[in-house]
Write a protein that binds this ligand. Structure first.
Ligand code: FE2
Ligand code: FE2
Length: 591
């Protein structure tokens, strides 16, 4: 049967290959690199991966592959003759292999932004196509960018058929930015001749498109047939639903949840959606299948037992349990963490907290769950250190800057977490969302997304809730000693004040701070009149002094912490514990 299937596939491939000339098929850098890496995994043994350099790549690549890498990284059409200036980081060790060959010359001129210096390479092109190649097989995140200007000043330059089209065209001038994932980085110096030219913006993540030198990674937690990384979240009402997610290796082609009320015999089933997750540079586990099932119509205040597995392979998880919320519940508790960065030490603290507080109903993390958001090995570590905690206690988290990657997005996070799709229209679904548990409203905000798209939604949500408690969580803390976020203080804090948000929970700065009650940027007498801003850190904090913060009630420069929030009607007890499980900060709000 298997062989027959392979023959059918081969015939199909042969037919589809013979329909198109070979040169037209793999015209993108991505396709070439996908093929190259696949071939490399077949022909080269893992111990050699980290010795791969430019010389190796030249003998490994076909001429056709080289030509695509030299021309298809970036291209566009111009209507008049132009001069293209390519700004290359002076610290990049290797000059892109195609640059000189294509006729670009180093002019000796310099462009600077606030952090980096670039040398200016130039080439003149006639009207027609301009084709540029990859930045290199290394990964210099200070990736090259270009400006284009008409050769004759009277000509009106038009640029069309741009690839990639998604990054905007700007104007070369002082204060211009080049990288969308670091738009605060501004040009400060450049040769006068570039002034007013068309500036092609980019993202630093493009440095990874052909990255092979030192790029290969191994996961310590490879997938298998047996489901693992089982994760509970709530995309809908915690009273009668739950989302269950897990992964397997690619041999498992379908997913199903078997569940039953604990102690009862009737078994229910829910099918799972399946998606493939690829991390090309993860040589011992490049592909995994991810599953997500949404269980609905559950009884409230009930304990269910469940297993996840597959109809077609007989591989099932161990039995686990989850608990639905009691309707109109007024008493519950949860634990939240600041940045966790998939750290082993944080995992140990989580295990301890989980033992010490079996009563908590869910966990939360204020962003930077991992360190490099598009390395699946990071997420594998994350689940590795959390063990099975999130398979019986849901995790409701928000994104931090580290969960994204150099402007390439956050797609692994979206694929792993099934979260409410009730955020602002202009924000990616599941990035910013709201949920209610008991008598509390939680606004979970993606602060890596521009504020202006979210402000109205925040106000709407706060205005329309009947919840007793209003909590807001986002990664970047409005008040902190190091890098105060004045834009949040100006735009969001007045809304928090107007609707009396009880607590704003954040991370990012890697220390612990609990503010006094604050309103309108000033300390007020009681938490009934003001909001408490808390910053915490789940992994090991950075080792350094903390500066002046007149609004702070309690601070710790170093340590690792978790916060237990216990709600009982109109009473909230907040306790921060250190890694040893010792309470280090406590206060009470009584409404
Ligand atoms: Fe962080
Ligand atoms: Fe951060």
């Amino acid at each position: 049967m298997k062989n027959g299937f392979l023959i059918v596939i081969s015939v199909f491939l042969f037919i589809s290959c013979s329909e198109k000339p070979k040169a037209e098929q793999n015209l993108t850098v991505k396709n070439v690199m996908d093929d190259v890496i696949t071939r490399l995994y077949k022909q080269v043994s893992p111990e050699k991966y980290n010795t791969i350099d430019d010389a190796f790549m030249f003998q490994f690549l076909s001429d056709e592959e080289k030509s695509i890498l030299a021309t298809k990284y970036q291209y566009f059409k111009v209507n008049v003759p132009v001069r293209v200036s390519l700004m290359r980081d002076v610290k990049q060790a290797t000059i892109p292999f195609w640059l000189k060959e294509a006729g670009f010359k180093n002019t000796g001129k310099k462009v600077k932004n606030e952090v980096f210096e670039y040398e200016v390479w130039q080439k003149d092109f006639e009207a027609g196509w301009v084709n540029l190649g990859i930045p290199g097989f290394d990964m210099d995140r200070t990736i090259f960018f270009i400006t284009v200007g008409a050769k004759n000043k009277e000509d009106k330059l038009k640029i069309t058929d741009r690839y990639p089209a998604k990054h905007s065209l700007g104007v070369m001038k002082k204060g211009a930015f080049t990288y969308h994932d670091w738009d605060g980085l501004k040009i400060i110096e450049f040769p006068k001749e570039l002034e007013g030219q068309v500036l092609f913006t980019t993202v630093r993540g493009r440095a990874r498109e052909a990255h092979v030198e030192g790029a290969f990674r191994k996961t310590n937690f490879p997938s298998s047939e047996k489901p693992d990384q089982i994760l509970l979240t709530w995309s809908k009402n915690p009273v009668n639903s739950v989302d269950i997610q897990w992964r397997t290796n690619p041999s498992v082609k379908d997913g199903i949840v078997k569940y039953w009320l604990k102690g009862k015999k009737d078994t229910l089933f829910a099918d799972a959606e399946i998606s493939v997750m690829e991390d090309r540079m993860l040589y011992n586990d490049r592909y995994v299948n991810r599953f997500a099932a949404h269980l609905k119509n559950l009884n409230d205040d009930s304990i269910y037992a469940y297993m996840v597995g597959s109809k077609n392979s007989n591989s099932w998880s161990d039995i686990q349990i989850f608990k639905t919320e009691k309707k109109d519940q007024k008493k519950f508790s949860f634990i939240w963490f600041g940045d966790t960065h998939k750290a082993k030490g944080w995992g140990e603290m989580l295990q301890m907290a989980n033992k010490q507080h079996p009563e908590v109903t869910f966990y939360s993390i204020a962003g930077d769950m991992v360190s490099t958001g598009l390395y699946r090995s990071d997420w594998d570590e994350f689940f590795g250190v959390t063990k099975d905690v999130f398979s019986y206690k849901p995790l409701m988290a928000v994104l931090g800057n580290h969960d994204r990657q150099d402007g390439l997005g956050t797609w692994m996070y979206y694929q792993i977490f099934s979260l409410p799709k009730n955020g602002p229209k202009k924000v990616h679904e599941e990035s910013t969302y709201a949920f209610e548990y008991g008598n509390a409203l939680f606004l979970m905000i993606d602060s890596t997304h521009p504020m202006e798209d979210q402000t109205e939604w925040i106000e709407e949500r706060l205005k329309n809730t009947k919840a007793t408690w209003k909590f807001v969580m986002f990664h970047f803390p409005p008040y902190n000693f190091e890098e105060p976020y004045f834009e949040y203080q100006k735009t969001w804090v007045p809304i928090f004040d107007k609707y009396h948000v009880d607590m704003v929970m954040s991370g990012h700065i890697h220390y612990y701070m609990r503010s006094k009650p604050m309103r309108n940027g000033k300390v007020v007498k009681s938490y009934n009149d003001g909001t408490v801003y808390v910053i915490s850190i789940g992994t090991k904090s950075r080792d350094r002094e903390i500066g002046e913060e007149p609004y702070a009630e309690k601070r710790y420069a170093d340590g690792q912490f978790y916060q237990l929030m216990s709600i009982d009607g109109n009473k909230l007890t907040f306790t921060a514990f250190n890694k040893e499980g010792k309470p280090v900060d406590e206060f009470l709000i009584h409404k």
